[in-house]
Design a protein around this ligand. Structure first.
Ligand code: NDP
Length: 274
């Protein structure tokens, strides 16, 4: 695989974002440098971290260790819930830059819609965006009603909404709302946290010589959804990126979408307590 096989999506402000990235939730800081470097060596150009993952230092070190120019790598980080509010967000963002040891990030997200706080947090992201220290800004775990609040109170439409999204949670209404408003959806836990044991995925994959993971990731990108599978297994880095040489039929796409059970592996954005 070469870097050029991973295609880009163009965000509403014209910034290009690779449609596949590496997620690093639960990767310890000490391990982050080596897995990020291995991913970049394997052709990845997009890394998804967060202040809450406590591995921004390792991620930054991995990007530098890769030897690839900073402007060729797309780095996302997120403002954690306890830091939400205007001034606290500005300070939290600077702390993230310091840990990453970077001058800017490519994408900055509000990690969760903390009640009573997220519109103020969004105002801070708008000012960070205007300063040039985040090339794009967006939200995460926002339902339609949260997005409507931000559209009503803010002056910039979020460029991205990163949510749990996979064949058991297809989020069709949310995806349609985002498309209608020029908001790019990104899938977190795209591999259902490793719960890939669905016979339909294996059957479809067998036709193409692809694994269930590859079928799911291909379904994401054919739906126009950015995907950020996590792995710390080097062979899976390559496996998960090897999805640009086959195409699912319309029937197969529908068959996978029909697996939906509105099943969450993570928290519900309307009912979380952290
Ligand atoms: P994923 O759905 O990406 O699943 C990761 C699990 O799947 C790991 O156990 C991994 O094992 C395994 N796996 C990876 N590749 C394969 C494969 N080819 N075949 C079989 N198993 C595989 O879960 P995550 O929850 O980590 O989500 C991905 C990313 O999304 C996170 O890392 C994070 O960046 C982001 N995220 C964002 C959230 C938010 O609130 N914004 C919330 C949760 C996640 P192993 O590593 O051992 O190979």
């Amino acid at each position: 695989m070469t870097a050029t096989t991973i295609t880009n999506v163009t965000l509403s402000n014209g910034v290009h974002m690779p449609i596949l990235g590496l997620g690093v939730f639960k990767v310890v800081d000490e391990e982050a440098e080596s897995i990020v470097k291995a991913a970049i060596d394997a052709g990845y150009r997009h890394i998804d971290t967060a202040a809450a993952y406590k591995n921004e230092a390792g991620v930054g070190a991995g990007v530098r260790a890769s030897g690839i120019a900073r402007d060729q790598i797309f780095v996302t980080t997120k403002i954690w819930n306890s830091e939400q509010g205007y001034d606290t967000t500005l300070a939290a963002f600077q702390a993230s830059l310091d840990k990453l040891d970077m001058e800017y990030v490519d994408l900055l997200l509000v990690h969760w819609p903390v009640k009573g706080k997220y519109t103020e947090t969004w105002r801070a992201l708008e000012s960070i965006y205007k300063s040039g220290k985040a090339r794009a800004i967006g939200v995460s775990n926002f339902q339609i009603h949260h997005l409507k609040d931000v559209l009503a109170s803010g002056t910039i439409v979020p460029m991205v909404n990163q949510v749990e999204y996979h064949p058991l949670l297809t989020q069709e209404e949310l995806l349609a709302f985002c498309r209608d408003n020029g908001i790019q959806l990104t899938a977190w836990s795209p591999l259902m946290q490793g719960n890939l044991d669905l016979p339909e995925l294996a059957e479809i994959g067998a036709k193409y010589g692809k694994s269930p993971a590859q079928v799911v990731l291909r379904w994401d990108i054919q739906n126009g959804v950015i995907t950020i599978p996590k792995t710390t297994t080097p062979s899976r880095l390559t496996e998960n990126a090897n999805i640009f040489d086959f195409q699912l039929t319309e029937d197969e796409m529908k068959q996978i979408s029909a697996l939906n059970r509105n099943r969450r592996f993570g928290s519900d954005p309307d009912n979380f307590n952290f």
